[in-house]
Design a protein around this ligand. Structure first.
Ligand SMILES: Nc1ncnc2c1ncn2[C@@H]1O[C@H](COP(=O)(O)OP(=O)(O)O)[C@@H](O)[C@H]1O
Ligand SMILES: [Mg+2]
Length: 243
């Protein structure tokens, strides 16, 4: 079954047309990267899928269900989870409390400390359970953001620049973590991403956005050969480097 179907999505902010008719499908269990220059519409597209903003035209289907007019909380219950480009943690609360709030939001079952600890353990953060979110490193905050998303038991996880600002060691750790999560939880992953090297370790399929249009949908190696992609995104510096 298709986890996600985006059909002819358009979105403008004022007179600024940010998404100009985006269509693609994602199979259950698939991992898909969304790349493109800054301002090309990646975050807006994730916001439309997650329901944070409403598209002007087009539809979004999740597991065959039209979710176009559902609120973010309803979409979360239907299995659409996400992390934010700028992490949205409660900085004065501990890591544990942050996960407990997410658990409370996402389920009718009581949000237990044990369950929250289990999720922190899963993302490698249980040793920081009692630390305030504000005292965590960027890499740890990203893990906590992931833990909060996992608390809602997503079937599809939207990740907005999860590798941005991380050093190579942290990037590799998060790549490994995502691989493990995807295997253990069978989550469909959609990553808006600039760190191509990390992205290509996770997926065989990349969508390229340029000025609100989908200009490419295919394999990383074909993407690097695509004239339009090179012109719009990769540029001269990329050609031949293979990174
Ligand atoms: N809430 C908003 N209000 C007005 N303009 C917005 C808003 N969100 C995004 N934009 C504009 O939409 C365009 C695409 O932004 P964005 O989706 O954040 O791109 P990306 O994530 O690819 O960098 C940019 O021109 C940005 O300024
Ligand atoms: Mg963005």
């Amino acid at each position: 079954m298709r986890a996600l179907e985006v059909i002819g999505v358009e979105k403008s902010f004022g007179g600024n047309k940010v998404l100009k008719g985006i269509s693609f499908g994602v199979e259950e269990g698939e991992t898909v990267g969304i790349v493109g220059p800054n301002g090309s519409g990646k975050t807006t597209l994730l916001n439309v899928i997650g329901g944070v903003i409403r598209q002007d035209r087009g539809r979004v289907l999740a597991f065959g269900k039209d979710i176009s007019s559902r609120r973010p909380s309803e979409r979360a219950r239907l299995g659409i989870g996400r992390t934010f480009q700028i992490t949205r943690l409660f900085s004065n609360l501990t890591a544990l409390e942050n996960v407990m709030i997410a658990l409370h939001y996402g389920s009718s079952l009581p949000a237990t400390k044990e369950k929250a600890l289990e999720i922190l353990e899963e993302v490698g953060l249980s040793h920081k359970a009692k630390d305030r979110a504000s005292s965590l490193s960027l890499a740890q905050r990203k893990r906590l953001e992931l833990a909060r998303a996992l608390a809602l038991q997503p079937r599809v996880l939207l990740l907005d620049e999860v590798f941005a600002g991380l050093n190579p060691v942290s990037i590799k750790e998060i790549v490994d973590l995502l691989k493990r999560l995807r295997e253990e939880r069978r989550i469909t992953l959609i990553l808006a991403e600039h760190v191509l090297k990390a992205l290509f370790q996770l997926t065989e399929r990349v969508l390229v956005l340029s000025e609100g249009r989908l200009i490419f949908d295919g394999r990383p190696e074909d993407m690097a050969q695509n004239e339009e992609v090179i012109k719009a995104y990769l540029g001269e510096r990329y050609v031949g480097k293979g990174s």
